[in-house]
Design a protein around this ligand. Sequence first.
Ligand code: ADP
Length: 197
Amino acid sequence: MTDIVWQNLAVTKQMRAELNEQKPCLIWFTGLSGSGKSTIANGLECALHKRGQRTYLLDGDNVRHGLNKDLGFSNKDREENIRRIGEASRLFVDAGLIVLSAFISPFRSDRQIARDLFPQGEFVEIHMSAPLNICEGRDPKGLYKRARKGEIKHFTGIDSPYEAPQAPELTLNTEEKSVAECVADIIEYLISHDRIK
Ligand code: ADP
């Protein structure tokens, strides 16, 4: 691949961001299945949209229907899943958008690879920290039930580990906070860190 050189383009990331009148970034939700990633990401996208921000939401299940439909849930495939999502997110951020991504992304090293694709401040990691018993009790897609019966292998929290972030930009305990409170906390974080006005 050494004979492939990067093509410099005339319209830059900064020009696109300026036209959009915003600072593009990636807001990365990580947490157990049922911890509330999709719900909060959806709520946040609505709130940002109302504030006039240009956004795009990449959601785990949807991406696995298309871009990553060839991937399973082995550690190697999970790593490739997150690598592609990181790269796709980078393209959307480069396009001038505020990107939200909602994936379990259980491994610290994989999230670090995604983080390393972005300049300081552009990768905002949000840990959805609801305890396993709460997530399992919610079981919005019935997946825990199936995993407990052995119908799904390598299910995060059951027979595959979840490595919580050590220094996320934000931690939200969705057992204690409502959806509206979680969204408000993220908006407040983005304002106080000069990501949005
Ligand atoms: P994930 O994307 O992490 O798998 P989902 O957002 O699909 O999780 O599911 C979370 C479930 O928990 C939803 O049914 C949602 O309505 C419910 N829920 C209850 N309280 C909260 C909260 N404070 N934040 C997010 N979700 C909550």
